[in-house]
Design a protein around this ligand. Structure first.
Ligand SMILES: NC(=O)C1=CN([C@@H]2O[C@H](COP(=O)(O)OP(=O)(O)OC[C@H]3O[C@@H](n4cnc5c(N)ncnc54)[C@H](OP(=O)(O)O)[C@@H]3O)[C@@H](O)[C@H]2O)C=CC1
Ligand SMILES: O=C(O)C(=O)CO
Length: 318
């Protein structure tokens, strides 16, 4: 690669991860003609940078690449990129891969089963070496799951839940029909969707319309004793409302993977709530190899004059 080749700048793992990134890009797109460089490499001339693969770029940094052609997000959600007040008006590609879909579906099914089988209480009892009076929890066949968001990840999640027997529904912006799922759409159908949902899973993107959607009013519309899994974004959930609903018995449990502030501060009350499982934004981050594969697919499409898969739509906001 010559010192004048166009550059793909990667923000993940620093210089130490560069050999892995280069090997993966070489494996998936040997003829791409791009030099893969680390985000913090001071030797890279900003004028050579044509593509970036990033999570949470520092504000203003993207605007400093005069020949940038596209921004490839390291994540499916692009809120970490949209937060930049100086964001250039360029295509943004979301990182959605079959591996992300599998990881998310597995994580949410695991969470649903843990809530169904009362695992938060069992784990807390183990910490006290306390043998439980065993109850007979419901089975998946007797439990209604509702997925907020039926996009790439919501649909994969809903399908895996349906496969193991959960009575599964989904809610999206636009009406649709999906085999094996009950589909609801729009604000008008939200109350009916919530009324039939024992385990609510949030897989919405962060937008003006979805921020703080999971508040006291929404949680009240779930059947008493329902549970919540939030794997969307922290901003979807009013955390004090959720804690109040748990304490009051309206909710029986929650698995929370995403938070307004990450890492979640050590003094946050939610860490210690006995009916909440906190996970560290761990639901579905794809491997470096998979991100390289998907980025190579996107760049190859754009170099060929085609739209890349999972392009962020500014008009819709996701
Ligand atoms: N915790 C983790 O590790 C991870 C979290 N995520 C989160 O998951 C989110 C979803 O990802 P993905 O499935 O790829 O997103 P998509 O863009 O593919 O799908 C979004 C879904 O949300 C629906 N939606 C959007 N706005 C509204 C609204 N106002 N009312 C009702 N439905 C709405 C869309 O409806 P329609 O179909 O009608 O357009 C669509 O079904 C990401 O944005 C990210 O925040 C993603 C990966 C990992
Ligand atoms: O892909 C996303 O949006 C994530 O949050 C990954 O951690």
């Amino acid at each position: 690669m010559s010192s004048s080749s166009p550059v793909l700048l990667v923000k993940s793992g620093g210089a130490a991860a560069l050999p892995e990134w280069r090997a993966s890009f070489h494996e998936f797109a040997p003829g791409l003609g791009l030099e893969v460089c680390a985000w913090d490499d001071p030797e890279v001339d900003p004028a050579r940078v044509e593509y970036v693969l990033v999570w949470q770029p520092e504000a203003g940094r993207l605007a400093r690449f005069p020949n940038l052609k596209a921004i490839i997000s390291s994540a499916a959600g692009v809120d970490h990129i949209l937060a930049d007040p100086h964001l250039p008006d360029l295509p943004i590609v979301r990182m959605v891969t079959p591996e992300t879909q599998q990881r998310m579906a597995e994580f949410t099914v695991m969470s649903s089963l843990m809530l169904l089988k009362d695992m938060p209480r069992i784990v807390a009892q183990q910490a006290r070496a306390q043998w439980l009076e065993f109850s007979t929890p419901r089975t998946a066949l007797e439990t209604r799951v509702g997925v907020l968001g039926l996009g790439a990840l919501g649909l994969a999640t809903a399908r895996m839940h349906a496969t193991i027997g959960f009575d599964t529904a989904g809610w999206a912006r636009s009406p649709r029909s999906e085999k094996g799922l009950s589909c609801y759409a729009g604000a008008d159908q939200l109350p009916a969707f919530l009324a039939r949902t024992d385990i609510l899973i949030c897989l919405l993107p962060e937008t003006e319309d979805t921020r703080h959607l999971l508040d006291a009013d929404l949680l009240r519309q779930l059947p008493r004793g329902a549970a919540v899994i939030n794997v969307g974004r922290g901003s979807h959930l009013c955390l004090p409302d959720l804690l109040a609903a748990l304490d009051e018995g309206q909710l029986s449990g929650a698995v929370l993977d995403v938070f307004d502030e990450e890492p979640l501060p050590a003094d946050a009350a939610v860490w210690r709530h006995p009916r909440v499982l906190v996970t560290p934004h761990a639901a579905a981050t794809p491997s470096r190899r998979e991100r390289a594969r998907q980025a190579a697919v996107a760049i190859s499409a754009m170099l060929g004059g085609l739209p890349p898969p999972h392009l962020y739509d500014r008009a819709r906001g996701y």
